[in-house]
Design a protein around this ligand. Structure first.
Ligand code: G3H
Ligand code: ZN
Length: 286
């Protein structure tokens, strides 16, 4: 099977993007796995610190390992990791990739913790990919009452991105280009605000594949433009959380007497799977 790095290179060549989907339980796991199998596409399963504390760091890795005999292109990423110690934990557990997130720190502090992470990861296994962020893209995958004021506060400056990537030797880079975690409550107010030109410049100047965070709420047209400009991985979380909750609410109200979790959780899992399939199809021009 190809490595994650090879799948990313292939995505760049084909001008498509890999989907990265966050999970925190087994329903989420099956939603992503089933969608990947159904569309025959590689995917990345992401778990933030909170998500992996809930499902279990070793447990989520063990779940992915159960797919080994089927040779499925499903990779595991430690999303938004805020300390070098927690980077060590996931690399030791055998994750395929990790994001060291020092975006709310000073440039120097972010640089230092990213370098320390890269040194550790590469000494353990050079195949594990390290991603870092520079610029503000928010922290919470939740539904906002309105688009946060600071959504376009600190976009990544290309020259700083160049220096950062060169110094840290990260494999992947997540820029702030108008994207923000979470989405606005009234979905009709989806805002078109990605700085497409900035993506092009940052891809060119850093020389590494770019990751678009905060995918929920971005319009289809903007996704296409972002991929064409140089984005090769896209993160989706809030849309999945919302689908899960709404799917669960529907199951519970459709059959209030049902008490078997494997029955009433089916609606939640299927609602998540539908979102994953829709996004994968878009990212891969299907
Ligand atoms: O790392 C996770 C994401 O960037 C997800 O962002 O919740 O806006 O989809 P989102
Ligand atoms: Zn993110």
């Amino acid at each position: 099977m190809k490595t994650l790095r090879e799948y990313i290179t292939e995505a760049e060549e084909k001008r498509v993007a890999l989907g990265h989907f966050n999970i925190s339980n087994v329903e989420g796991f099956w939603a992503v796995v089933n969608a990947s199998k159904r569309l025959n596409l590689p995917v990345i399963i992401g778990v933030s610190e909170g998500e992996r504390d809930f499902i279990g760091v070793k447990q989520v890795k063990a779940l992915i390992d159960t797919l080994k005999s089927e040779n499925l292109p499903i990779f595991l990423n430690a999303d938004h990791t805020y300390s070098v110690n927690r980077v060590k934990e996931v690399v030791d557990a055998g994750f395929d990739a990790v994001i060291i997130d020092g975006a709310d720190k000073s440039f120097e502090e972010n640089l230092r913790m990213t370098k320390d992470s890269v040194d550790y990861v590469k000494s353990r296994n050079p195949e594990v990919l390290v991603e870092a962020e520079l610029g503000f893209i928010g922290k919470s995958s939740k539904v906002w009452n309105e688009v946060p004021e600071d959504a376009d506060a600190t976009m990544t400056k290309p020259e700083k991105a160049k220096e950062f990537v060169k110094e840290t030797r990260v494999d992947l880079f997540a820029p702030a280009i108008g994207n923000i975690h979470g989405m606005a409550k009234n979905l009709k107010v989806n805002y078109e605000k990605l700085d497409i030109e900035r993506i092009k410049v940052i891809r060119e100047i850093t020389g590494v594949p770019l990751v678009l965070h905060g995918g929920s709420g971005i319009t289809d047209e903007e996704f296409k433009q972002a991929i064409a400009a140089g984005i090769s991985i896209i993160h989706i979380n809030t849309e999945l959380r919302l689908a899960y909750k709404q799917g669960l609410q529907k199951s519970l109200s459709d059959d209030p007497d049902e008490i078997a979790p494997y029955k009433y959780l089916r609606g939640a899992r299927d609602a998540m799977q539908a979102v994953v399939e829709k996004r994968l199809a878009l990212f891969n021009n299907l």
